[in-house]
Design a protein around this ligand. Structure first.
Ligand code: IPM
Ligand code: MG
Length: 368
């Protein structure tokens, strides 16, 4: 029997609750398809700060590197919220593991589940047919550039008084743009054959380089794929205006961070969005949402984005596309039957079909 080693990173907030449901589903898939999954848990985020003083202990990176895939839940919480640049932050764990595993491609699929079309704040005719893949560059740009906060004697304060200054640096190298562009074109070929490349080339030098490289890659090797450039501010507007027109959206790190949250809302809930982070070795799978500290420990969080990230793991790391399709079908079935966690429930939800985290996981397993 094939056995895969999976590194589990529950993290903070609702993390431990939702990852347990991901594991339930993996075990069920394993039993059904004759594959074994072995788990090793490691610390990341706020809990790692509490226990080791750093958001990404070296041992965690070692466990992740030795695994066949990493399943992460979420990091962060009020307890570690600080603007003090000298204090560790949970998010450093996430950024650190992405960098440490070389995960430069972040895939965030935005799809509508028919049963949830009412959950969107957009009109049904606007979201009809929405099916896009956001391809976010994940290890470059502003989130990884040099940054500093310092006291400036030369007058950063009001009226020329001393004051604080801070900067972040946005930098991209040709190879970083080229490899993410290739990923986007490859994915587009397996979908509807269209790439929207998002930048701010009317202002930013990095964006002008981005645009040039994306076009060079396109013209050389992917002329069969349709390519459009779209400025990030316009893209933010068009995502709401005509979301079904987008197929593959490729963009740099920060724009992708912001636009993927916006795109998630088209589906009605961030609780339904999974993501895959791929590099040249071990890949990482996580929900697109955060640790939801306000509902942590209550057993009410929606585990479906975590379960959908298991679906992506089966597809991308283990080449088990049939098993992945099974998981998606199971979720669709559960939703069609009317089962809802709080975030996706509405006035039409029968009270007895409103369920918590563990029950939602059980329902998916049952339907598998
Ligand atoms: C995400 C999150 C992270 C990011 C944060 C927590 C560092 O917002 O995965 O989208 O910005 O990448
Ligand atoms: Mg984000």
């Amino acid at each position: 029997m094939t056995t895969y080693k999976i590194c589990l990173l529950p993290g903070d907030g609702i993390g431990p609750e939702i990852i347990a449901e991901g594991v339930k589903v993996l075990d069920a898939v394993g039993a059904k398809h004759g594959v074994g999954f072995e788990y090793e848990e490691a610390l990341i985020g706020g809990i790692a700060i509490d226990e080791t003083g750093t958001a990404l202990p070296e041992q965690t990176l070692d466990v992740a590197k030795a695994a066949d895939a990493v399943l992460l839940a979420a990091v962060g919480g009020y307890k570690w919220d600080t603007t003090d640049p000298t204090k560790p932050r949970p998010e450093q764990g996430l950024l650190g593991i992405r960098k440490g595993l070389g995960l430069y491609t972040n895939l965030r699929p935005v799809q509508i589940f028919g049963a949830l079309s009412q959950a969107s704040t957009l009109k049904p005719e606007v979201i009809d047919g929405v099916d896009m893949m956001i391809v976010r560059e994940l290890t470059g740009g502003l989130y990884f550039g040099a940054r500093e906060r310092f006291y400036d004697e030369a007058g950063a304060g009001v009226d020329g008084a001393c004051g604080q200054r801070a900067y972040d640096t946005l930098e991209y190298r040709e190879y970083e743009i080229e490899r993410i562009a290739r990923q986007a074109f490859e994915i587009a070929r397996k979908r509807r054959g269209k790439v929207s490349s998002v930048d701010k080339a009317n202002v930013l030098e990095t964006s002008r380089l981005w645009r040039e490289i994306v076009h060079a890659v396109h013209d050389a090797d992917y002329a069969d794929v349709e390519l459009e450039d779209i400025l990030v501010d316009n893209c933010a507007m068009q995502l709401i205006n005509r979301p079904a027109d987008f197929d593959v959206v490729v963009t740099e790190n920060m724009f992708g961070d912001i636009l993927s949250d916006e795109a998630a809302q088209i589906t009605g809930s961030l609780g339904m969005l999974a993501s895959a982070s791929l590099g040249d070795a071990t890949a990482l799978y996580e929900p697109s949402h955060g640790s939801a500290p306000d509902i942590a420990g209550k057993g009410v969080a929606n585990p479906l984005a975590q379960i959908l990230s298991v679906e992506m793991m089966l597809r991308y790391s283990f080449d088990m596309s049939q098993a992945a399709d099974d998981v998606r079908r199971a979720i669709t079935h559960v939703l069609d039957e009317g089962w809802r966690t709080g975030d996706i429930a509405d006035a039409c939800t029968a009270p007895e079909r409103k369920v918590g985290t563990a029950m939602m996981g059980d329902l998916v397993v049952r339907s598998l």
